[in-house]
Design a protein around this ligand. Structure first.
Ligand code: GDP
Length: 457
């Protein structure tokens, strides 16, 4: 297998950069481009030790940078292969130069996620553990971090793998029965079989039930702040961004005209966009705006409908509420400008949503209330961050497939079907679980998983 190299830190100016080399020739390549100060030799370095020295370009007889080289000897490394990591000064040119000379000395540029893929192929990580590495990197809050760490420690793998092993055991028993009916084998206890299958089904159901919450924590809640001009939408948006504004980031892969800002609200990330009303108009430009607003409302998960409490509701306000109601979206009705005299009776709004709050965005009052209600809506107040969760659609869909076949097996047993019919469905369920853990995943599945990683990981 080739020796790969990549820059593992973001390619931008910073304090340090790390270039990682992994594979059979990693130490050899490092020994040719790195000269330790003093009388140390790279080839003599033990695993998990480092040396301070200079990175050189031997072909041009020139020094590139002072750096620290850390050596890991197979199999005691992240990838399970010989690995060398060069920590150099974080300049883009320096980093690229070091990468270039690694390649000139025989390394090839790593593909996305190739270090972690090798760790998986070398048995250092299960597929679910490997996937959790990306979750760790992208975790934006404590819950998401805890959940990714639990998966990385192998919790999900252990639970699913144990279920798969139990199915394999059952399959073994069934196969003996189906293949050697004339032998004097103990009877298959169908009741006991049902109990075992149901237990596995329960494990899957429990983990699947937390999927939506897990995804919410990872991906954030698409939220539209809707309301007429001047009700205080921008002020509310600023209040929600509040003190976290400095760490607000755009979410990659989303288009700018849809996601305008992201705000942290407790454990949740809200992906906020605001929209100015959906009132019918003859003006063509305004009509385009209305269509866009309607689309955003259709696609979001949560609507915050904002009203100026110092003004009575008018047709445009009720039109918005009716529209959101018809879309069956989670709705928080926000009566803004509580510092002014109110002329809206919140009773008349209860039919649209039980979540009605009065705030003053301008005076920064109501943020906590909005957080509380949002967590309530998405059942986060009952969420246990230490529960096992599936991290992505791939894992979920494998679990759903397994669940479908387990149910079929249970139904077949109940209806008194032959044992070979039951065996086939259990076999399908087992395969789905083994694909989930990666113990029996096709190359295409593995490639797909790692293609979502960043280069250098
Ligand atoms: P938008 O058009 O809905 O985005 O509304 P803005 O956020 O631009 O606010 C419109 C006006 O209402 C501005 O002058 C704000 O300062 C004012 N405003 C916003 N929130 C409050 C509030 O809680 N109380 C009062 N009195 N004025 C507010």
């Amino acid at each position: 297998m080739s020796t790969i190299c990549a820059v593992s830190t973001p390619l931008a100016q910073g304090g340090l950069s790390v270039i990682r080399i992994s594979g059979e020739n990693a130490i050899d390549i490092a020994s040719r481009i790195f000269v330790p100060f003093g009388d140390k030799q790279v080839s003599d370095m033990q695993g998990h030790t480092c040396a301070y020295g200079k990175v050189i370009d031997p072909t041009k007889n020139r020094q590139i940078d002072d750096a620290v080289l850390t050596v890991f000897i197979a199999p005691k490394s992240y990838t399970g292969e010989n690995t060398a990591e060069i920590s150099c000064h974080g300049g883009v040119y320096i980093t690229k130069e070091i990468l270039r000379i690694c390649i000139a000395h025989g390394a090839v540029l790593a593909e996305r996620g190739e270090f972690t893929k090798r760790a998986f192929l070398n048995g250092k990580l299960s597929l679910t553990q490997a996937e959790s590495v990306m979750d760790l990197i992208s975790a934006q809050g404590e819950y998401a971090l805890r959940s990714a760490n639990l998966t990385r420690e192998g919790r999900l793998f252990k639970e699913i793998s144990a279920s798969a092993k139990e199915l394999v055991r059952i399959l073994g028993e069934l196969a003996a029965w189906v293949d050697y009916p004339e032998e004097d084998l103990p009877d298959i206890e169908e009741a006991a079989l049902s109990v075992s299958l149901t237990q596995i089904l329960n494990v899957l159901d429990r983990i699947l039930a937390d999927y939506d919450n897990g995804m919410l924590l990872r991906n954030g809640v698409d939220t539209v702040i809707a309301g007429k001009p001047n009700v205080g939408k921008s002020t509310l948006m600023n209040m929600l961004l509040g003190y976290d504004r400095s760490i607000v980031t755009d979410i990659a892969g989303t288009t700018r005209d849809v996601i305008e800002e992201t705000a942290r609200l407790g454990e949740l990330t809200l992906k906020l966009s605001d929209t100015a009303g959906i009132r019918d108009t003859d003006n063509k430009v305004e009509q385009l705006g209305v269509e866009l607003a309607k689309k955003r409302l259709e696609n979001c998960m949560l609507v915050m409908a904002v009203f100026d409490t110092s003004r009575p509701l008018d047709d445009e306000d009720t039109e918005l509420l009716d529209y959101v109601e018809q879309l069956k979206k989670h709705l928080i009705i926000i009566l803004n400008k509580s510092d002014l005299t109110s002329c809206i009776d919140s009773e008349q709004l209860k039919k649209y949503s039980p979540h009605i709050i009065t705030i003053s965005a301008k005076f920064n009052e109501g943020r906590e209330e909005i957080q509380k209600i949002t967590e309530e809506i998405f059942s986060l107040n009952n969420y246990n961050p230490d529960s096992t969760v599936f991290a992505n659609e791939r894992q979920k869909s494998c679990a759903e497939t397994a669940r479908k076949y387990l149910k079929q097996a249970l139904d077949a047993l109940k209806m008194g079907a032959t044992l070979d019919a039951v065996t086939v469905t259990i076999d399908y369920a087992t395969n789905a679980l083994l694909e989930l853990t990666g113990e029996k995943a096709s190359e295409a599945v593995v490639n797909e998983v790692f293609s979502k990683f960043c280069v250098g990981k």
